[in-house]
Design a protein around this ligand. Structure first.
Ligand SMILES: Nc1ncnc2c1ncn2[C@@H]1O[C@H](COP(=O)(O)OP(=O)(O)OP(=O)(O)O)[C@@H](O)[C@H]1O
Ligand SMILES: [Mg+2]
Length: 563
């Protein structure tokens, strides 16, 4: 902002005198040679003008008047007029000239230097306030302009913001839904885990009881000469077989049962079941088999998969009391990253029916053990639990899709067997020949009933038997006299079966061993014993006999290289 003092003093030495005087007080002065020159300098920027009255009278004032009229709203340019000495009043024309200037201070001559500088200072102060007003007006105008622009774009910005908010809200809702889904899945899997543990424990106790009940019934049957007793024990045996089947399903669900995971040709397995399915389902139902044309090998337990398909087919039949269609299909699918499965390819067996479907509210419960909607005696609620258990334990999963009134599809996903695994043939175990009556078996079993049954059977089969009721005692008996075979239970107080096997191997590395169990930490078991040397409880006399013969036969082959 310019603070120049413009001088219009055309007569004599007025201009240099004034310039010198003001220059001493530090003012920046500029002399003008006419009214127009003064107007040009005012336009260029100045703080005030010092004008002698006679110069104003003599010069052309048009340019000056025009500039003063057009000066901006904030500006009221200050003049200091040095009056011409005169005796009377100012004539009208002189007054008119003063009026034209507007913001003017008139100083009479002769004039004291201090009066002049103080008048100039006050004119400049006034001019500064005008500059300040200009600054504020400009700021106000700028603020108004930006407000105007803001208003003009407000609608668009509100629109954009709304879209952004809606997008954020959508994302939030998706995340909430995803979290709820994950939480529900977690709760479901924790529930299944807890129920699985409980069921596994119960099944273990039942296995021991059923081994004793079934085994002794068989012994009675073999010894009975009375036809009636033989028939009665047969009924009882059938019931104990059914109970054993239930226990097997419980174990499959609790995932503590040992699965024999080998490469299974799923298409072949389904084809091999067609007769069985037709018989189980009955002639009123149409069974469509749709097999994938490719070879599908899954890592699974063939017997358990058969049982699972049979369970699903029976469920399908039960859901179609008035007849309908059952479809069993096979295929191969890749697991997505959200599926909770290990990434890779899975063989999928789909069993679909056109039956009643399952109400949405019940879908979460159908895999629970003992959940059934069937009348007493019709369903135990263990079918889908078995399917769930074996799928999980094989490293796969089960999916169910059901629409009320339309039907249900259950999918069993099983991991694909790698080519190498599939090419390894599973050699059947040849039953060995019994060596002779002198062979001795050491039986280590804590459950007195089961132990007595095993001993009884072995004696009946012509073996010599040594018994031990716990692991430590078993190892002592082993140290006293080496038997031809060791049969050991898995779940025992003190040393468990695996620990007994490890200690026995240290004493007698070639000793044939059979582990009898229905419930075990299978990973630990597999580390110490061949799966073929595991005898599943409850077992029948035939199973025991076969296992003992094979083990002793192989042991003899291993030691003498014969047979
Ligand atoms: N295909 C299906 N269509 C309609 N409902 C079904 C189907 N499969 C299962 N369900 C429902 O799920 C329940 C549980 O099935 P699950 O196979 O576990 O037991 P269950 O068939 O009742 O008895 P179990 O199989 O032990 O004899 C059934 O009672 C039935 O309500
Ligand atoms: Mg069922």
């Amino acid at each position: 902002m310019s603070e120049r003092i413009l001088l219009l003093a055309l007569r004599g030495r007025d201009a240099p005198v004034l310039e010198q005087l003001l220059g001493r007080s530090g003012y920046d002065c500029h002399r003008c040679s006419s009214g127009d020159a003064l107007a040009d300098e005012m336009a260029a920027g100045a703080g005030a003008a010092l004008v002698t009255e006679e110069s104003l009278a003599e010069t052309d004032r048009h340019g000056l008047a025009r500039w003063l009229e057009r000066q901006p709203a904030w500006s009221d340019f200050p003049f200091i007029l040095l009056a011409t000495k005169r005796s009377g009043r100012r004539p009208q024309s002189a007054l008119h000239r003063l009026e034209q200037l507007g913001n003017v201070v008139v100083l009479e001559r002769p004039i004291h230097g201090e009066t002049l500088t103080s008048a100039v200072a006050s004119a400049l102060r006034g001019r500064r306030r005008q500059y300040e007003a200009e600054r504020q007006l400009n700021a106000l105008a700028a603020a108004e302009e930006s407000l105007r622009q803001l208003n003009a774009t407000l609608e668009t910005r509100i629109g954009q913001r709304t879209v952004e908010l809606a997008r954020a809200n959508d994302q939030l809702m998706q995340e909430i839904a995803e979290r709820e889904r994950a939480q529900a899945a977690l709760v479901q899997s924790q529930k299944m885990e807890a129920v699985g543990q409980l069921t596994g424990g119960i099944a273990h106790d039942f296995n021991n009881l059923l081994t004793v009940i079934g085994g002794n019934l068989e012994l009675i049957q073999r010894r009975a000469t009375d036809e009636r007793i033989s028939r009665l024990s047969d009924f009882a045996l059938q019931a104990s077989d059914r109970a054993a089947k239930l226990t097997r399903q419980l174990l499959a669900f609790s995932r503590t049962q040992r699965l024999t995971l080998t490469p299974v040709d799923i298409n072949g397995l389904i084809q091999g079941m067609t007769d069985l399915l037709a018989r189980a389902i009955g002639p009123t139902y149409e069974i469509a088999i749709r097999l994938d044309p490719r070879d599908l090998w899954a890592m699974a337990d063939a017997n358990q998969v058969e049982l699972a398909i049979l369970n699903l087919a029976i469920n399908g039949r039960d859901a179609m009391p008035d007849g309908g269609g059952l479809t069993i299909a096979s295929g191969c699918e890749a697991a997505s990253s959200q599926s909770g499965l290990r990434p890779g390819d899975y063989v999928v067996v789909k069993v679909s029916d056109t039956g009643t479907g399952i109400p949405k509210a019940l879908l979460d419960r159908v895999f629970d053990p003992f959940f059934t909607t069937k009348p007493m005696g019709k369903g135990t609620g263990l079918g889908l639990s078995q399917v769930y258990g074996i799928a999980q334990q094989s490293g796969g999963t089960v999916r169910i899709d059901s629409v009320e009134g339309r039907g249900t599809t259950v999918e069993i996903w099983l991991p694909v067997a790698r080519a190498l695994e599939a090419s390894v043939a599973v050699a059947p175990v040849a039953a060995g020949r019994r060596k002779g009556p002198l062979e001795r078996v050491l039986v280590v079993e804590d459950d007195a009933g089961v132990r007595r049954f095993i001993v009884e059977c072995l004696e009946m089969l012509g073996y010599g038997v040594t018994e031990a009721s716990h692991g430590r005692e078993g190892l002592e008996r082993l140290a006293e006299a080496r038997p031809d075979l060791l049969i050991v239970d898995f779940a025992m107080p003190g040393l468990n079966g695996v620990e007994v096997i490890n200690a026995a191997r240290a004493q007698a590395p070639d000793l044939p061993i059979i582990l009898a169990t229905g419930y075990a930490d299978m990973e630990a078991v597999h580390k110490v014993i061949d799966p073929e040397r595991v005898l599943r409880k409850p077992f029948q006399i035939d199973d025991l006999e076969r296992a003992v013969r094979t083990a002793i036969g192989e042991g003899a082959r291993g030691t003498v290289g014969a047979d």
